[in-house]
Design a protein around this ligand. Structure first.
Ligand SMILES: [Ca+2]
Ligand SMILES: [Ca+2]
Length: 163
């Protein structure tokens, strides 16, 4: 991947996220998908390394999605089925601190509910420490520098009004 390609992609993502922020009046920003008090952004045509994807989400106060329970796992799986693509998407889990110990990035807690493909995580080659979810909802570990689409997650602003 050349620098110019990377920079162009970075700017595309910033422009996309900035645009989404500007039109966020209430609830989830346009183009995001709401599930209860959670908003999701599926990057679709945008792909980057796991670290860049994490930075893009965090730059706007969001985070890579952390579907920690069965409901959230099923919601993400349903959306990926609906998108009907064949791409993988980064979510906010890794085992880059201790090999084989998968944790959620924000809370640094162990990943309990999961949806690994039958032969994953396999940590093949020079190592695979970053978590992706496949179009069928199944998980695979991949090298963290692989360009992959990603899912950001944010709380619905409306929720703050309640109570
Ligand atoms: Ca690993
Ligand atoms: Ca793998």
């Amino acid at each position: 991947m050349s620098f110019s390609h990377s920079f162009k992609q970075t700017m595309e993502i910033y422009v996309a996220l900035t645009f989404l922020l500007i039109i966020n009046v209430s609830g989830c920003p346009s183009g995001w998908i709401q599930d209860g008090d959670t908003c999701y952004f599926f990057s679709k045509g945008l792909a980057s390394s796991w670290a860049d994807a994490n930075s893009y989400c965090q730059a706007f106060g969001y985070k890579l999605a952390e579907p920690m329970d069965e409901h959230k796992l099923n919601f993400v799986k349903g959306e990926l089925n609906r998108l009907a693509g064949t791409s993988r998407y980064y979510i906010g889990g890794s085992d880059f601190f201790v090999e084989g110990q998968w944790i959620w990035s924000t809370s640094q807690t162990s990943i309990v509910a999961h949806n690994w493909e039958p032969s994953e995580p396999n940590n093949i080659g020079t190592g695979e420490d970053c978590l992706t979810v496949n179009h069928d909802g199944l998980w695979n570990d991949v090298p963290c520098d692989t360009d992959v689409r990603f899912i950001c997650e944010a709380e619905n602003a409306d929720v703050n009004v309640i109570g």
